[in-house]
Design a protein around this ligand. Sequence first.
Ligand code: AMP
Length: 423
Amino acid sequence: MAKQKFQSPKGVKDILPEDQKYLQRIQEVFSHIALRYGFDRLDLPVFEETALYQRGVGETTDIVEKEMYTFLDRSETSMTLRPEFTAGVLRSFVQHGMASLTKPVKLWSTGPIFRYERPQAGRYRQFHQLNAEALGELDPVLDLEIMSIAWDLYDALNFKGLSFQINSIGCPKCRPGYLDTLKAYYKKHFDTICDDCKNRIDRNPLRLLDCKNNGCQQIIQNAPMISEHLCEECNDHFTKVKLYLDTLSRPYAINPRLVRGLDYYTKTVFEVWADGIGSQNAVCGGGRYDGLVELLGGQPTPGVGFAAGIERMIFAMQQQKIEVPELQTPEIYFVSIPDAKVQIIKWIQALRSQKIPALMAMGDRSFKAQFREANRRNVKTVIVIGDEELKTQTATVKNMQTSDQQQIPFSSLMTHLVKKEYY
Ligand code: AMP
């Protein structure tokens, strides 16, 4: 058969061993912060019935219109690979009767997300998110809490140049009036806007403000702003969110054009931007969605949440030269003649069971080659078992940092290694 080489699919990325230290650090920091804020972990399937996302994310969103990985399973049911977390979290909340729990119910999740997007730097077709949702509370303090988790995450990871972009996009009471005004304004400029925007006017007018087309920027700049159309309740809510952010001295910018790509948001929407990651500078985004649980078949339940893209965080950490602890490297490495292997595999097993990372050379290579490998792996201690050592039942223990060597009888080697007396 002809030899065939495979590549990962377009827009899909491996997280290679050299990037794992970032991934682990991010996951570790986030799980601690989530615990501090009283969040419980929820793991969800990577696919759900397509109808859940159609309804939950919104028929006219980019995600549902053109980005979902949808397939028929063997019983002809339409399934979709998870394009975001919120709809699945709320499905689970309703299905498992979590509405009866003490509110707010706080849930965090992590895992892969799938969107058929145009791949570019920082934009992939499979990527990973950290996600948090808090359900059952209208209090704007909860908006602050969600934003604070996001902030604490980036702060704990030593991100520089952080800022919030915030906006309120109103509610079903005040938004329709605003959308009428926005549509009327856009209809006046119909001839100058791009084809996508022509479509958006009736299908998803809020997204007009999100258009990236150069020709539409001036129109967006002069468009009516939702802040001037908010009802009293939304206005009051937004004022409190800003007050709480001021109280904690969080830097934020009010961005009247921030609308976010998903249909379900009400009132507060926000993004966290970080310096140095170029055009895709949002490292996370979220907002309030007070009507969504009901839309997905539950009792009316307000909610607020956010999602952070892990690949984009890793990229930003590398750009900002953020140091992260190295993952544990082997502490002990055995260099030996093949005859010593029976003895060494027993020692290695004993060391690993004491949680000490230990490795041995494979095959039948020269001591020089084995030492080279030990150096490449950055080990702290090399134990040499050659002919002489086997004969005298005494190991040569070499500290790789100081080059000091000691002779230790086999009978006491393990005791000394476990007590870390030689490294
Ligand atoms: P969203 O679910 O669209 O609000 O996105 C939340 C976060 O996920 C963004 O701020 C990004 O950090 C990340 N993200 C969204 N889409 C992608 C993508 N295609 N590739 C990589 N990260 C993404």
